[in-house]
Design a protein around this ligand. Structure first.
Ligand code: SAH
Length: 230
């Protein structure tokens, strides 16, 4: 073999080894952080093992991304803790025919997880730079059924409503009326709600008759949702 082909083969081997290492880290992440805390949904566990979380963050923090905590990704945003992504996905219970609205695209990681469990994901991000980088990441990784747009999550995405599922990954003081309005009958919304140090994870169900029920799943800590432009 010529030197160039040796180098190409070596580079390919390094890429495969890095992928294997990340995949092993994900097996451990799911076993140690997610299953031990009671997440049982087989589809959620499978997708958490499959989604390359390290490719959704800047290279400088890639080595930390499988740890049991959220990580800052710039612009006051974070990529959520793996367990929280799994918990919210399990509570949301997306199905293959569902249209899902996400508020707070951030890195695009939660959107990628949902994309593998639903028909289409619409995700809104208020920070233009994050909306752009998440769009690029999702496209490069082949998640073709996700659409990201820069905008104010308080308004939702009326042109694409109604949604079978709505998920918020930043915490508003109260669930925005527009998002309840854009939820389909029989639909479900999952959101952290409340002030910075006193947020609850809330599950809202819209019954077939249009009435709304909510229950709290306990305390969580998310970044606050930014007030939108009026
Ligand atoms: N789901 C993300 C987590 C992002 S953190 C992930 O998987 O990485 C929450 C995100 O909500 C931040 O990126 C923040 O910029 C965004 N955000 C805050 N207020 C918002 C608003 N009013 N509308 C849309 N996005 C908002």
């Amino acid at each position: 073999m010529g030197r160039r082909r040796v180098l190409a083969a070596l580079a390919a081997a390094i890429v495969v080894a890095a992928q294997d290492a990340a995949s092993l880290q994900r097996q451990r992440m799911v076993a140690e952080q997610i299953q031990t805390r009671g997440i049982r949904n087989a589809d959620v566990l499978r997708v958490m093992r499959a989604t390359p979380r390290h490719l959704f963050v800047p290279p400088e923090i890639r080595h930390e991304v499988y740890q049991d905590r959220p990580l800052p990704i710039g612009y006051q945003a974070t990529i959520s803790q793996p367990y929280i992504v799994a918990l919210m996905t399990e509570l949301l219970a997306p199905a293959k025919n569902h249209r899902v609205l996400e508020i707070g695209t951030g890195s695009g990681y939660q959107a990628a997880v949902l994309a593998q469990l639903a028909a289409r994901v619409y995700s809104i991000e208020i920070v233009p730079e994050l909306a752009q980088s998440a769009t690029r990441t999702l496209r490069d990784l082949g998640y073709a059924n996700v659409q990201v747009r820069q905008g104010d999550g308080y308004k939702g995405w009326p042109e694409q409503a109604p949604f079978d599922r709505v998920i918020l990954t930043a915490a508003p003081p109260e669930i925005p009326d527009a998002l309840i309005a854009q939820l389909a009958k029989g639909g479900r919304l999952v959101a952290p709600v409340g002030p910075l140090r006193d947020q609850d994870l809330i599950v809202v169900e819209k019954k077939p008759d249009g009435s709304v029920q909510r229950r709290s799943m306990g305390g969580v800590r998310f970044i606050p949702m930014r007030p939108g432009t009026k």
